[in-house]
Design a protein around this ligand. Structure first.
Ligand SMILES: Nc1ncnc2c1ncn2[C@@H]1O[C@H](COP(=O)(O)OP(=O)(O)OP(=O)(O)O)[C@@H](O)[C@H]1O
Ligand SMILES: [Mg+2]
Length: 153
């Protein structure tokens, strides 16, 4: 299943991300696809700030991961741009993060074939009016949650 939004500015992307954060649950991994400056960090920041009291959400450019505490799970914000090789993800606490946390992953392509299955895919692309944001998943449980969320909007 996939659903598409057009976002005309940073604020609209932030709003979509904050609203989507309401349907997330422990074990979810959000793969944020898109080239440099496309809005992956804008998405992650708004998602995290809607679920936590974090005032600042800096990009974990050098540490590659930053953790936040939400009421029901931890949120792990990954920026894998500087990951040297896919197996280096095992040094970033992914077992705990992927199974028990909610993960937001910028540059998920860097995991190559070690990328987990059943991620939420968020694709950010240029659009004449800003950004096209496509949310997609093949996982039955996620499809149901997304449909419920769309119906409630
Ligand atoms: N519709 C939009 N949605 C999100 N950001 C937008 C939009 N239009 C313009 N922008 C601008 O694009 C930039 C997005 O920056 P951001 O850091 O989120 O990108 P990124 O995908 O995380 O890049 P990087 O690959 O460097 O991590 C911001 O400067 C933001 O103001
Ligand atoms: Mg970024």
């Amino acid at each position: 299943m996939e659903t598409v939004f057009i976002s005309q500015n940073e604020e609209q992307t932030a709003k979509i991300a904050a609203q989507l954060s309401e349907l997330t649950q422990a074990g979810d991994i959000w793969a944020l696809h898109g080239t440099l400056g496309m809005g992956k960090s804008v998405f992650a920041r708004a998602f995290i700030q809607n679920l936590t009291d974090a005032e600042e959400v800096p990009s974990p450019t050098f540490t590659l991961v930053q953790m936040y505490a939400a009421p029901h799970f931890e949120i792990y914000h990954y920026d894998l741009y500087r990951l040297e090789k896919p197996s280096d993800i095992f040094e970033l606490g992914i077992e705990e993060a992927f199974y028990n946390g909610v993960c937001l992953v910028e540059w998920p392509e860097k995991m190559e074939n070690l990328a987990p299955r059943n991620m939420w895919n968020v694709q950010l692309e240029p659009d004449e009016n800003g950004r096209k944001i496509t949310i997609s998943t093949d996982d039955e449980n996620k499809i149901q949650r997304l449909q419920k969320w769309l119906n409630a909007k």
